[in-house]
Design a binder for this molecule. Sequence first.
Ligand code: AMP
Ligand code: GLY
Length: 425
Amino acid sequence: MNIGLIGSGGREHALCKKIRESRLINKIYCFPGNAGTSKIAINIDVNILDFKKILKLIKFYNINLVIVGPEEPLVKGLVDFLQKNNIKVFGPNKFASQLEGSKAFVKKICEKNKIPTAKFKICSRMIHVEKFINSCDLPVVVKADGLAAGKGVTICKTKKEIISASKEIFNGKFKSSKKLILEEFLEGVEASYFLIVDNNSFKFFGSAQDHKRVYEKDKGPNTGGMGAYSPAPIITKKLEKKIISKIVKPTLYALKKKNNSFNGFLYVGLMIKNDEPYLIEYNIRMGDPECQVILPRLKTDLVTIIQSTISNKLKNKNIEWKKDKSMTIVLCAKGYPGKYKKNLKIKNLHKIKLSKNDFIYHAGTKLVGGEILSNGGRVLNITSIGKNFFEIRKKIISIIKRLNWKKGFFRKDIGYRVINKNANY
Ligand code: AMP
Ligand code: GLY
């Protein structure tokens, strides 16, 4: 069968590679893909929010199944649009996608179903913010309601900062947000828990921890993610039970009651405090770069898993994982997440020989006249699997050194919390 894969990042390169391994696949078309996917699939340059054009291309190339990587087309209703046109597609519909598309939507579900999360106030006017700050403890987290490409959250240590971050949102900094959420600051350890979900059931789809800050020791501004590792040792069996019973089940049941079951990947963003999970956010897709560390550990054919999910037969599907651990380090263009240059040559990439346990996923690259150029802030995800996080990290850093990309930088301390704590990790 032919697959259409929507997206162009490291997550999509990892998905593409895994789909390529499936025995069921003939051709893969990436809309629009990157230099990495162009080696194993056919890239089609198209705006992923131009649904009509995408539909035309799907028909033209006889695509049998569409898999959506990023959140924006999901939140804007690509799944509903394609389904209406009788195209098989994997991902949640527009209603269920509000789990990522509207933080107020999620908070209301949490409140109604007693799901553990930070205390909050939904504000639609400045007067609501001013009232709230008269009686709140600091710091306070200010969040834009809608999608903000990872930039909609500010942790405010003073009332002045709360006012200024709130004003920015009300003044239209994030077009999709007319509302904002003020939230209690939760102290703890963050972890991400993934599921694949159909209308009747769900299955574990890996755990991971990522590093969002740009500099070592988790300093500096937030980024899309500088590196990640899987599994997340903090998610024990006991904690997993709590995540499922206190957070996942009530959420999926709440959607079902609204006649809109979730179908797709569900990313549960958690803060763990005193062995208790608190929901920070939902994403309605695989994480990036978490996907790049989870998929190399997957043994079962991904396409068969997705087929079972679309036909709501996930319950009977066995999903197997390798025992190995995995890590990815993101190689970024200098200046990211601030200003950085694009179209920078990555000269040595084709010279690098990788073992079967190493992967270089392209995140922001493009192929121009046979040359690989950078095309974003996060450029490559150097990934490896093995028995121990310390050894895996050493291996990744040695690959980055061989690559010797003078225009790039990376964090050498990915995984430091688990590596320093326990030498066996
Ligand atoms: P979100 O977009 O909601 O995931 O927020 C982005 C990041 O901000 C999270 O990954 C956390 O690091 C941080 N964050 C968000 N909400 C809170 C909170 N209530 N307490 C502490 N940190 C938070
Ligand atoms: N790595 C965070 C995200 O995918 O949202």
